[in-house]
Design a protein around this ligand. Structure first.
Ligand SMILES: Nc1ncnc2c1ncn2[C@@H]1O[C@H](COP(=O)(O)OP(=O)(O)OP(=O)(O)O)[C@@H](O)[C@H]1O
Ligand SMILES: [Mg+2]
Length: 403
């Protein structure tokens, strides 16, 4: 009998190296990020001259290459530091999994002392130990805080690190904060803001033609020769450009389209496969986007999803029912109830409006001003995607609050 895996092994595929088109892969070349690479490299090159680099705050929308770019520069730094025997170390921390000052410091310490386990030690011990490491080794430590907006006590973390720095005799600690959250910076304590944002760097979204070049380059090594049509690349780029210039969407569309083509047993990926991939990728992207929203904004979105499912819509003066449409005011009321239920502090109506604007910008909701046919002047809000799916995704996220 034929072995099950022999059969898999002999299956035809459009891929040459599928990993290269995975969203987790960091390509050697990052087109259109030359300037950002240069700024980060220049900043970090202070360590070559044995001085402390400035802290940097990096901001840019989802999929604009922030994580890939920073990791790329750090790889080069690590290689250089090793080759030249310099005393500098870095630690990449995804704050989505290390969402407090304590967890961030612990993660850093474990990276610098890989042989020891510090779990269970107090926050101040972990902090002192980190300073001790920098001092005794006279090391310049670089902490990359990716998705920094997820750190609950960011003001305390930033304050401790910058105060620690002042105390250090030789060695230093530098923060590179990365975020795709527009309003995160505005909410920071002024002291945190001025220390974290010594330098700022913006990543603009990619346009369709930039995405096309990015995709083409990655497809050359990810797929077999001639296995991807130009039409497929153009369509994937156009779709991703609409999705706020997100390279991750482009890469995911291409990867999924390749899988679909393999499933059909054909030897090239066309625009038809991209169309099919779009539906399946879209859902995945929405769910991952929801997980990156701040908790309060998740609660606002949850209120919208819940009301959408409960209500029949609003009645126009004509008597007609407009389905799925909600009043801004009723969402805010529901949000307040939900926040109470989850034991969260509540935001003011000014922040609420800001969150609504952002949700609209992300394409999660549509906002219009009530015009003719509706009594009074108010903002009307409609969910951009299936309410049931959004609610389910949010429940998974918000459960973390109760646990
Ligand atoms: N210039 C580029 N060239 C090639 N691939 C890129 C480029 N920019 C981004 N990518 C790819 O797009 C995907 C998303 O990039 P990345 O993870 O760096 O985005 P991000 O800005 O950190 O997004 P988020 O805010 O969601 O964390 C990755 O697969 C990355 O390799
Ligand atoms: Mg990122």
């Amino acid at each position: 009998m034929e072995n099950l895996f022999d059969k898999q092994m002999n299956k035809a595929t459009v891929f040459q190296n599928k990993d290269i088109i995975s969203p987790h892969y960091i390509p050697q070349k990052l087109p259109f990020r030359e300037k950002q690479i240069d700024v980060i490299t220049q900043g970090l090159s202070a360590v070559i001259h044995n001085s402390k680099p400035n802290n940097v705050f990096i901001y840019g929308k989802v999929g604009s290459g922030k994580t890939a770019t920073v990791k790329h520069v750090l790889d080069h730094l690590e290689e250089f530091v090793k080759k030249n025997n310099l005393s500098s170390k870095h630690c990449y921390i995804n704050c989505r999994s290390h969402e407090s000052k304590y967890k961030v410091l612990l993660k850093a310490l474990r990276t610098f002392y890989p042989e020891k386990d510090f779990l269970g030690y107090s926050s101040s011990f972990v902090y002192e130990k980190l300073l001790e490491y920098a001092t005794t080794k006279k090391a310049h430590l670089i902490l990359v805080l990716d998705e920094i907006d997820k750190v609950k006590d960011i003001d305390e973390l930033a304050y401790s690190l910058s105060r620690g720095n002042d105390e250090l005799q030789g060695g230093s600690i530098t923060m590179i904060g990365i975020s795709n959250n527009l309003i995160f910076k505005e909410k920071l304590d002024p002291r945190t803001k001025s220390s974290l944002c010594e330098r700022e760097l913006v990543f603009n979204p990619y346009n369709a033609s930039e995405l096309m070049q990015i995709l083409s380059e990655r497809c050359v090594t990810a797929f077999k020769p001639n296995a991807v049509t130009q039409g497929a690349i153009s369509l994937a780029s156009a779709i991703a450009a609409q999705e706020s210039g997100d390279a991750r969407t482009a890469v995911m569309l291409m990867q999924r389209a390749g899988e679909i083509a393999d499933g059909e047993g054909v030897d090239s990926v066309t625009d038809v496969h991209i169309e099919k991939a779009k539906a399946s990728v879209e859902e995945e992207i929405i769910i991952s986007m929801i997980s990156t929203l701040p908790q309060q904004q998740q609660l606002v979105l949850y209120a919208i999803a819940q009301l959408t499912l409960q209500k029949r819509g609003i009645r126009k003066v004509s008597g007609e029912i407009e389905e799925g449409v909600l009043y801004s005011g009723e969402i805010f009321e529901t949000y307040l109830d939900l926040a109470k239920k989850f034991g969260e502090r509540t935001i003011t109506s000014r922040w609420y409006r800001q969150y609504i604007n952002e949700l609209e910008m992300y394409g999660l909701i549509f906002v219009t001003n009530s015009g003719k046919g509706i009594k009074g002047q108010t903002r009307l809000i409609k969910l951009g995607f299936d309410a049931g799916k959004i609610k389910a995704a949010l429940e998974k996220e918000l459960l973390k609050l109760v646990n």
